[in-house]
Design a binder for this molecule. Structure first.
Ligand code: DMJ
Length: 652
């Protein structure tokens, strides 16, 4: 008959008691709540009595451990002088002979008094309860029931209202006198042209693809790819927001904001790329938040980030490439070596995740990316290089392929940017970047016969003399990392950046359309040109223009504006159609066919870098802002003065 004493006071009937087991047949299998309550009281009074009686027994029958002469007595916690740390972590009092013995007896006596008083109070309370009438007890139970129901209701309401309001953070100043307008009319004219191109791209999407991820500018309808699953998450809207804002297209920005407020949700059964969603959506939303101060962007970024977290539930903590937003189930791309995750994907989360922790005070985001960093730091690197593939189950590298282009690129970029974004306090990131770049220079960077510097691809110990359009971003990265590089090599890295910019410009200049191919070779007489038909396309990518812009900022050499303008004109001439902008399938053909996709990164990156190239440097200055890999500007966090939740104080 002990079970009833353990029954909850909820008034719910307990099906587990069989009729035969009950000693209250008229109640059939169950007990009334009030009776349970009374039984509980009687039992607890009985236990209290027994417990109290134990303390009234003669001294020598108990506390055997106190008879050890107070030598190395283990106790859980006592505020006493001379406490030492025992090897096993327990607190130890070291013996001091007769004086301590006397003091201990006093302490024991006062402890006994306290127990006696507690015991009397418990007895008193139990007696009072027993004196209460049935009605009084029922009333008490009723009050308790109401309280529990109220609490549950409140919890439900809080869950339905979504995440709690996040703590306010100091908003960085959006710098730029006259919005970065250049004084020279010829430059201003070019900048206006880029703004016009942005408007054409946006208006076309607004008219034909609104709410879809991207636009088919020829078919004039929405478009999506597997990186966004089957979702309609308005990727172009989110990706374009900060470009609209920077270009002063405020009506369009407001329109986008309204769509996001009313439509952007992450509850659909969509399997998305963790990397793409992070750089385009979280990066885009955070940048829009920092620029405009509109809370909605921050809230949406945090909601989305929570949906990405299940991707990290792997045996190693290296996230899956894809995650289902609804179920949280993750998996990797079928084409990736041995079920691996991709270096450029799991290595391109740091900036956004650190900002999420900064904005929310929730350490989880920071911890996830720092875990990745720690794991990578412990791994062997063949020839000092990071392979592109890492298995998230085993923690082992896949194929030993290394690239500064696709599959590797933004991992290196984010090491450098983690350092810059931390106000140069994250020296661990800087060191990792420096070491990685040194190995890349040794094994992957070469000069062609005619003297063009290129970055090849490392495949199982062999250098493939091919460079991707994606790799061209590295020119800007080298220039950005020049300041702060070890052994006074700033000049060297700025020069390397300039050489890559030159090579990539050549890859544009050697085509018919003056637009760069997807990949180009440096083999036997062929230099900076695509050989294979399936490498001749241009899909509105930004990397070459991105490098021009960084080089312009660091050198102010007019050739970078000149090269950027050549590219802008070529895009306007060959990629513009009435329904927006399209990629082209062959940059060596004077009569190219279109791929019929207006990529969201065209608005996020290509047009933004062009606009900045023709703006003054005080529009988003590089000592206050760091651009994520999708060109979304995030402010430098002065981590020398702040300790991020989950981190140690930063060290200079
Ligand atoms: C963009 O989405 C990002 O720059 C990414 O890092 C790789 N490249 C595409 C655009 O080419």
């Amino acid at each position: 008959m002990t079970t009833p004493a353990l029954l909850p006071l909820s008034g719910r009937r307990i099906p587990a008691l069989s009729p035969g087991a009950s000693s209250f047949p008229h109640h059939r299998a169950t007990l009334r709540l009030s009776e349970k309550f009374i039984l509980l009281l009687i039992l607890s009074a009985f236990i209290t009595l027994c417990f109290g009686a134990f303390f009234f027994l003669p001294d020598n029958s108990k506390h055997k451990r106190f008879d050890l002469g107070l030598e190395d007595v283990l106790i859980p916690h006592i505020d006493a002088p001379k406490l030492g740390k025992h090897a096993a972590g327990q607190v130890v009092i070291h013996g001091q002979g007769g004086h301590d013995e006397h003091r201990h007896r006093e302490e024991e006596e006062s402890l006994r008094d306290k127990i006696r008083a507690d015991h009397e109070r418990a007895l008193q309370e139990a007696k009072e309860k027993l004196r209460k009438s049935r009605a009084e007890l029922q009333a008490e139970i009723q009050t308790e029931k109401v309280r529990v129901v109220e609490e549950l209701k409140k919890k439900k309401e809080a869950a339905a209202a979504g995440p709690r309001p996040l703590p306010p953070v100091p908003m960085p100043k959006v710098v730029g006198v006259n919005d970065g307008e250049p004084p020279e009319p010829a430059v201003k004219e070019k900048r206006d042209k880029i703004r016009e191109m942005m408007k054409h791209a946006w208006d076309s999407y607004r008219q034909y693809g609104w709410g879809h991820n991207e636009l088919k500018p020829l078919a004039k309808k929405g478009h999506t790819t597997n990186i966004f699953g089957n979702s309609q998450m308005g990727a172009t809207i989110v990706d374009a927001l900060d470009s609209l804002y920077i270009m002063g297209l405020h009506e369009e920005f407001k329109d986008g904001q309204e769509w996001i407020e009313q439509n952007l949700d992450f509850t659909g059964n969509a399997e998305v790329s963790v990397f793409e969603v992070n750089i385009r959506f979280i990066g885009g939303l955070l940048a829009a938040y920092y620029l405009s101060g509109q809370e909605v962007f921050k809230l949406k970024a945090v909601q989305l980030a929570e949906k990405l977290l299940p991707a990290f539930n792997t045996p190693t903590g290296i996230p899956w490439a894809m995650v289902n937003l609804k179920s949280g189930v993750g998996r990797n791309w079928g084409w990736a070596s041995a079920g691996s995750s991709i270096l450029a994907e799991f290595g391109t989360l740091h900036m956004e995740f650190v900002h999420l922790t900064y904005l929310t005070g929730n350490p989880v985001y920071y911890q996830k990316v720092m875990h990745i960093r720690k794991l990578l730091a412990k791994m062997d690197r063949p020839n000092g290089l990071y392979p592109n593939y890492l298995n998230p189950r085993t923690g082992r590298w896949g194929q030993h392929h290394t690239s500064v282009g696709g599959l590797g690129d933004s991992f290196y970029e984010y090491l450098l940017k983690a350092w810059l974004m931390s106000d140069k306090t994250d020296t661990e990131a800087r060191k990792t970047y420096d070491d990685a770049i040194e190995a890349i220079e040794r094994h992957l960077i070469r000069k062609s016969n005619s003297g063009l510097t290129f970055i090849g691809e490392w495949k199982n110990g062999h250098l493939e003399r091919k460079m991707g359009h994606l790799t061209c971003f590295a020119g800007g990265m080298f220039a950005l990392g020049a300041d702060g590089s070890p052994d006074d090599k700033a000049g060297h890295y700025l020069q390397l950046g300039a050489e890559i910019a030159h090579t990539c410009h050549e890859s544009y200049d050697r085509t018919v359309l003056k637009l760069g191919p997807e990949a180009f070779k440096f083999d036997s007489g062929l230099e900076a040109v695509a050989v294979r038909q399936n490498e001749k396309y241009y899909i509105l990518r930004p990397e070459v223009i991105e490098t021009y812009w960084y080089m312009w900022r660091f050198t102010h050499d007019p050739k970078y504006r000149q090269w950027g303008w050549e590219a802008a004109q070529a895009i306007d001439k060959y990629c513009r159609v009435s329904g927006g902008f399209s990629g082209v399938k062959d940059v060596y053909s004077s009569n190219p066919t279109y791929d019929d996709v207006q990529q969201s990164f065209f608005l996020a990156e290509t047009l933004k870098y062009l606009y900045l190239l023709f703006s003054n440097d005080d529009l988003l200055p590089l000592d206050s802002w760091v651009f994520n890999t999708e060109a979304h500007p995030l402010p430098v966090l002065h981590l020398g003065n702040i300790t991020l939740p989950g981190s140690q104080p930063a060290q200079r």
